[in-house]
Design a protein around this ligand. Structure first.
Ligand SMILES: [Zn+2]
Length: 169
């Protein structure tokens, strides 16, 4: 048997099941394998490797496992950040209501005096209450929108959301 024949056999083994191989090539390969122990062993090993790779593809390779884990972790972090943001919004809302009430109350008490001192028309005292009601809320809303990612991953904030962690895992 020539080297060329073994080469032809290994080539056909590699292409078998992947490419369309002519019936004459298949029957030539079968007759070669029945005579050549070396190529028959190669064909067996090749078949086993193929099965091994196929089983890997089904049970998920290490790269797929790693990337899936990374994706799950990223999703968990995203959910935690959303919860942290919700806590921040709730706390800010309470603080906002407090400040709004305080500043509106202050303006209500002192607005008339301030307007008088600054020589402004009395008619702005009324709308002024509304302005002082809204101002803290607007400031906090702007702060909320611009709050950086790092603040949300602050340990203090994360500990506030800690009791919900069971839900996201
Ligand atoms: Zn051979």
């Amino acid at each position: 048997m020539t080297n060329h024949e073994h080469e032809r056999a290994t080539d056909l083994i590699a292409r078998h099941g992947v490419d369309d191989i002519a019936a004459t090539d298949v029957s030539w390969l079968e007759s070669h394998l029945s005579q050549c122990r070396e190529c028959a062993e190669y064909a067996g090993a090749f078949e086993q490797t193929g099965n091994f790779l196929r089983s890997l593809a089904v049970t998920a390779g290490p790269a797929l496992v790693t990337s899936t884990q990374a994706r799950v972790r990223a999703r968990a972090e995203q959910l935690r950040e959303q919860q942290a943001r919700m806590v921040l919004v709730t706390v800010s809302f309470c603080i906002g209501v407090l400040f709004s009430t305080a500043s509106a109350w202050l303006w209500w008490k002192l607005g008339g005096w301030v307007v008088q001192q600054l020589g402004l028309p009395e008619s702005i005292v009324g709308p002024g209450v509304l302005l002082f009601w809204l101002l803290p809320a607007i400031v906090i809303a702007v702060l909320m929108v611009t709050v950086p990612h790092t603040v949300l991953s602050h340990p203090l904030l994360l500990s506030l959301t800690g009791e919900h962690e069971g839900e996201i895992r």
